[in-house]
Design a protein around this ligand. Structure first.
Ligand SMILES: C[S@@+](CC[C@H](N)C(=O)[O-])C[C@H]1O[C@@H](n2cnc3c(N)ncnc32)[C@H](O)[C@@H]1O
Length: 295
């Protein structure tokens, strides 16, 4: 396949050819998931699921489909997240609308949600706060996947009005208007004393150097990535406010960088004396989430 839209004009191409081309382009650009990138974009352009794509690999694409595909591929190679290009990301089996201004949900965060669902199964009637909710990732998943009868109420907080617009759209899309409140604010500052049973947060935790070194993060909002000089500024501030807002017997689950797990564990033990602190590894085996349950 030759380069650009001209290739589509020369002769009809098949999804198999388009996928091979996309894989080569994304590999050359340094994507860690070159085949998946191509596959997701192809499925988006053709409007079909994975099974259908593989069944139709050798059929021809229309010139318009090929041209759209090549345009999106060009944007992907230039660094745009695939989910921004399709406007959609699946998380915990739920569909989230995403785009400029909101962090794309990452698979490792699913483990934090799973831990929270386990804790909530034993603590019905809890009030949960997702601090730095972005497109509503944790707050909406927890609400959607907790039985109505458990009587859990969920609040998603974010400092970014743009992120909250995505969260509101997703809350509507998932039919969770009655079960999730969204609030603009700084960390836990809007929460009353002793008003929360479970605090969950995937706050910005990267350093400026980590963001600079990863060109694939360039299009996501800095406000969703940067956690100050050492990445810990927001996590530290959040932990310092936990003793004020957490109810007795409450718990907290935080996603952090593996290099921050030790300090986060220490800070939690200090802020919540007697709490049981545990660490959850992500699917790549890195220590990723720190939880603390109080008595
Ligand atoms: C890493 S993103 C996480 C998004 C989502 N919770 C997830 O897990 O995919 C961090 C979010 O924290 C928000 N944020 C940054 N500073 C904040 C602050 N001081 N108070 C509340 N939210 C903040 C950002 O706007 C962003 O949406």
């Amino acid at each position: 396949m030759t380069h650009g839209a001209t290739a589509a004009e020369e002769r009809p191409i098949t999804p198999a050819e388009a996928l091979r081309y996309a894989q080569a382009m994304c590999t050359a650009a340094g994507s860690e998931t070159p085949r998946l990138d191509g596959e997701v974009l192809l499925r988006h352009v053709l409007g079909i699921d994975r099974t259908t794509l593989y069944a139709r690999m050798n059929e021809t694409m229309s010139a318009a489909q090929a041209a759209t595909f090549l345009t999106l591929l060009g944007r992907r190679v230039a660094g745009e997240p695939v989910a921004y290009l399709t406007g959609y990301k699946e998380f915990m089996g739920l569909g989230f609308g995403v785009g400029a201004g909101a962090l794309v949900p990452r698979p490792e965060t699913e483990l934090l949600v799973e831990w929270a669902l386990g804790w909530l199964a034993e603590h019905p009637g809890s009030t949960v706060v997702d601090v730095g909710t972005g497109p509503g990732t944790i707050a909406l998943s927890v609400a959607a996947l907790t039985p109505l009868a458990a009587g859990v109420s969920v609040i998603g907080v974010d400092v970014s009005a743009e992120a909250l617009r995505w969260a509101a759209g997703n809350r509507r899309g998932l039919g969770l208007e009655d079960r999730v409140a969204l609030r603009e604010g700084d960390l836990l500052s809007g929460m009353e004393d002793a008003s929360v049973d479970l605090v969950l947060a995937n706050l910005p935790y990267l350093t400026p150097q980590q963001v600079q070194e990863n060109p694939w993060l360039a299009m996501e909002p800095e406000m969703a990535l940067l956690g100050g000089e050492d990445g810990m500024a927001l996590v530290r501030r959040l932990i310092a406010d936990l003793p004020r807002v957490l109810r007795r017997g409450g718990a907290v689950g935080l996603e952090v960088d593996p290099s921050q797990v030790a300090e986060t564990s220490q800070l939690l033990s200090g802020a919540l004396p007697g709490a049981v602190v545990t660490v959850i590894r992500d699917l790549a085996g890195f220590e990723r989430h720190v939880t603390a349950t109080t008595r």
